[in-house]
Design a protein around this ligand. Structure first.
Ligand code: ASP
Length: 324
């Protein structure tokens, strides 16, 4: 009886302290974990959001890049962080593909997090080094098939969007190629620019300016519709891969048990950032747009994540791509 009473008093004290913390939140710097290297597309989105959300929350948000293993190292770090609102996490579609790709994952992408909201859906592009010997997708395909033992394909590790896109591409063309994994497609882009790897599939948030500047070659976008910022680039559907479609959705999370008022405050700041004209303009320049406010909510991200986990499982199982 006495023990039960003590337990309830302790629970009340904990709840009161969480409430007090939430009321003062945020009173110090927030860290946003990005599970890929700096300079890549997830990092670009994160830094834009961090700046804008920091203004709303009147606190600095710093981005910490924790790359490796296709985003699963950063996700594991975020899952184990203190659930106090001072660590948040920006990931992408990999949050839904990792449980099917990895036989052993040290965290549960659904149970270990409090969703904050969806952010954006970013098209991907199939791009190659500037001097790749193919003028269009048809020639690209013919070259890749004829040189399958020497063509190299960069990605951000198993579980990354670039891996997923490459896996679907290789399945679609029935040809296995040599992949070169990086901690993010930021460093992969440097090697593509330097000609050390042949091609990759990456978000427009990383490829648009390089394509426009003529620094790399582009053969197609992976969405059903062309991208307004790259109007001359055909879709891969048009170019010769019917049904090929990948878009990289980004979502923001906090570790499980972050107090609800804090999560709601973060979601409000996220929605404000997605309306910030500076963010909207930069997104448009990079070939994407923010999700509507109704999707930048914990409920919408929770439902989307679960639906995506279910959607990708059979596709990944069929392609037979696993890691331990
Ligand atoms: N675009 C990368 C991927 O393939 C990740 C990144 O560096 O943002 O998942």
């Amino acid at each position: 009886m006495k023990a039960a009473l003590l337990r309830s008093v302790a629970c009340l004290a904990l709840a009161a302290s969480a409430m007090a913390q939430a009321q003062n939140y945020p009173d110090r710097t927030i860290t946003m974990i990005v599970p890929f290297a700096a300079g890549g597309p997830t990092d670009t989105v994160a830094r834009l959001l961090a700046q804008s959300m920091g203004k709303t929350l009147k606190q600095q948000i710093i981005v910490e890049n924790v790359g490796g293993a296709g985003g699963t190292i950063g996700a594991a770090r975020a899952a184990k962080a203190r659930p106090d609102g001072y660590t948040i996490f920006l990931h992408h579609i990999g949050q839904s593909t990792a449980p099917s790709l990895y036989r052993k994952l040290s965290y549960d992408p659904v149970a270990a997090f409090e969703p904050i909201g969806l952010v954006t859906d970013v098209p991907m592009t199939l791009v190659a080094r500037k001097d790749f010997p193919a003028r269009d997708f048809k020639e690209f395909l013919a070259y890749v098939k004829a040189n399958k033992d020497k063509v190299t394909y960069a990605n951000a590790g198993l579980g990354s969007a670039s891996h997923l896109c490459g896996m679907l591409f290789m399945t679609a063309i029935g040809t296995d190629l040599t992949t070169v994994p990086y901690k993010g497609t930021g460093p992969a882009m440097n090697d593509l620019l330097g000609g050390q790897v042949d091609f990759m599939c990456d978000q427009t948030t990383n490829t648009t300016s390089q394509i426009k500047g003529g620094k790399i070659k582009a053969y197609g976008v992976t969405t059903r519709k062309r991208v307004p910022s790259l109007p001359n680039l055909p879709t891969l559907n048009e170019a010769g891969l019917p049904g090929f479609e990948v878009a990289v959705w980004h979502g923001m999370y906090a570790p499980k048990s972050t107090p609800k008022p804090v999560v709601d405050q973060l979601a409000g700041a996220l929605r404000a950032a997605l309306k910030d004209p500076a963010v909207v303009k930069r997104f448009a320049d990079l070939g994407t747009e923010p999700v509507p406010a109704t999707r930048a909510t914990p409920e919408a991200l929770r439902a989307h994540l679960q639906a995506e986990i279910a959607r990708w499982k059979p596709i990944i199982t069929k392609a037979g791509a696993y890691a331990d």
